[in-house]
Structure formats: C-alpha cells, structure tokens
Design a protein around this ligand. Structure first.
Ligand code: NAP
Length: 288
C-alpha cells in the first residue's frame, strides 16, 4: 500500500526521532532543518532533503513542525503561509495554550488545517505505542491522519480546543516533577539505610498503581466539589507524614518537599477540613 507522504521541519533530537519513525513505517519523508547537516543521516536512511521551508511544505499534505519554541515556528512558517494553504500542519513544538490557540487562529485565517500536539515521551520513546502523543484542535483532521500519526506514538484526541494539548502537557510535566521529587526523597531515605534505589523503585512503581486508583476516585470528588473523608482523612495523613519527617530528619535528609505537603495539609485542617479526603487540598491551589 502507498503510504502518505509527510514532511518534518526541525531535526533536533525530537524532530529526528519523528522523521525516523515515519521512515521506518515506510512513509515517504521530506525533511528540512535550519542547520542542513543535521539532515544528512536521515537522508542516508531514505529521507528527501528539502532546500527550503517552502519546498518542504510543498512536498506533503501532512507537515509536522518540531522546533525549539513558538517564536521559531512563526519565524519559519509565516513566510510560507500560501504554500501551507490546504495542507495540514501538525505542530509538535512545545508551547503555552495561548500560543497554540494563536497558531490555530493564524492557520484558520490562512486556510491551513491545524493540529497542536504534546509529545509525552523523549526521543527514544517515539514509535512506541505505549507512549501518548496528545492532539488538540481538530478531531476530524486527527481522524483523517491517524494512520500516519500513530507511527509516532498512541494519538490521544483532546478535542477541538487547540490549547488543550499544551495545557495537559504542562500539567502532566508538573505531575512528573512532583512524582520525581517524592521518589527521589524516598530513595534518599531508603538509601540512607543501605536500600539500593533499584530495590526501592520496584516497590515504588507498584505503589504508583495504587496511587493512580486513589486519584481516579478523588477526581470524581473534585468534579462534585465534595470531599468525604471516607477512606483516609487529612487528619490521619498529618499524623502519617510526621513519621516520614521524623525518619528523614534522623538520617539528615532534606525535608523541604514533605514540609510543603504538611503545610498544605495543615492549611486544610486549620480551615476546619481535617475530616475530609486529601482531594480537598485542591482548594489550596485554585485561583482565589
Ligand atoms: P533540540 O534538539 O534542541 O532541537 C531544536 C530544533 O529547533 C533544531 O532543529 C533547531 O535547528 C531548531 N531551531 C531552533 N531555533 C530555530 C529557529 N529560530 N529557526 C529554525 N529552527 C530553529 O530540541 P528537541 O529536543 O528536538 O525539542 C524540539 C521541541 O520538541 C521542543 O519544543 C521541545 O520542548 C519538544 N519536546 C522535546 C522533548 C524531548 O525529550 N527532547 C519531549 C517533548 C517535547 P538547528 O539544528 O539549526 O539548531
């Protein structure tokens, strides 16, 4: 079967991985990069080198851009708006929801189909269907190009608001950093008593499955605006975090992260919500 041709603009670490995945899946792939030498290896593996952004955009109906930031996207694509007309632009460059919505408006004004994407992996994870690529802006365009886009990772449709891929991406990275922080604090604690990080992490990753189950239940409470403490109350968790703080302090571990959690919990207790579930703490984060 003839595979759809694709263009990849931007061949940094991520753009190179994207182009490689398209090539590996048999898609005729045209590439362009500001520093042309970065295309050499891809060309050796079968990609077609475009001499300009315009030539790259003209080569395919599906045009993927993955460069450093939103300013670079605009710098490259505004001059070729006429070439992009009637094509589908998939912007996999990280940015803010506001930037994504502005790009979607610009694309609509110029007759360009637009999908904004958030890549939820690093370059070695591209091509693995276990990893998500979030798309927002046009469920119809995603459906039409799903076959080609699925070679990059599992395409997740977030609907017609082009800002949502960036919004989810930002939130999910925040979640990752919080998990990393808690895990590294805990690995330092366990390591202080000679437990190898690998041993601790084998148990920790299993625990994350249970934590995901808690989150799923608490999400329903957040949406309902009611936080019944019928599984574990904040009062109970204030006592539990005391054990963590004590054990860590006794081993000279930096306790700034759990101290922040205790501060958030105490805020809820002081406001009279100690009997509620942990989900109540969302109120501390919400805009006042
Ligand atoms: P990178 O390796 O630093 O590559 C940056 C790319 O942007 C290069 O192709 C560079 O071209 C190009 N570029 C920068 N400024 C430009 C400009 N003014 N005009 C034209 N091209 C310009 O970065 P990366 O890791 O591939 O990341 C690319 C995007 O993917 C970023 O938005 C990043 O947030 C996102 N992303 C990356 C990862 C990851 O794990 N790496 C994960 C998710 C999302 P030159 O080669 O000429 O410098």
């Amino acid at each position: 079967m003839n595979k759809q041709s694709v263009t990849v603009i931007g061949l940094g670490q991520m753009g190179t991985a994207l182009a490689d995945a398209f090539l590996a899946a048999g898609h005729p792939t045209t590439v362009w990069n500001r520093t042309p030498g970065r295309a050499d290896a891809l060309v050796a593996r079968g990609a077609t080198r475009a001499a300009s952004v315009a030539e790259a955009a003209r080569a395919s109906e599906l045009v993927v851009v993955c460069v450093l930031d939103d300013a670079a996207v605009r710098e490259l694509l505004v001059p070729v708006a006429d070439v992009l007309r009637g094509r589908v632009l998939v912007n996999l460059t990280s940015g803010s929801p506001e930037q994504a919505r502005a790009q979607a408006r610009w694309a609509a004004e110029h007759g360009v189909g637009y999908l904004d994407g958030g890549i939820m992996t690093t370059p070695p994870g591209i091509g693995d269907s276990a990893n998500m690529i979030l798309y927002a802006g046009s469920p119809e365009l995603l459906a039409a190009h799903r076959e080609a886009l699925r070679v990059l990772g599992d395409p997740v449709d977030l609907g017609p608001d082009a800002g949502l891929a960036s919004l989810y991406d930002a939130g999910l990275l925040g979640l990752m950093w919080s998990v990393f922080g808690g895990w590294l604090h805990a690995a330092a604690l366990a390591g202080a008593d000679g437990v190898p990080a690998r041993d601790f992490t084998a148990i920790a990753t299993r625990w994350l499955g249970t934590v995901s189950w808690f989150m799923t239940g608490y999400a329903g409470q957040i949406d309902a605006g009611e936080y019944p403490g019928d599984d574990a109350t904040i009062d109970v968790q204030v006592a539990a975090i005391g054990h963590l703080l004590h054990a860590a302090e006794a081993r000279g571990i930096d306790n700034r992260l759990p101290e922040l959690h205790l501060e958030l919990m105490r805020g809820a207790v002081d406001a009279g919500h100690g009997g509620d579930s942990y989900a109540r703490i969302i109120e501390a984060f919400r805009a006042k």
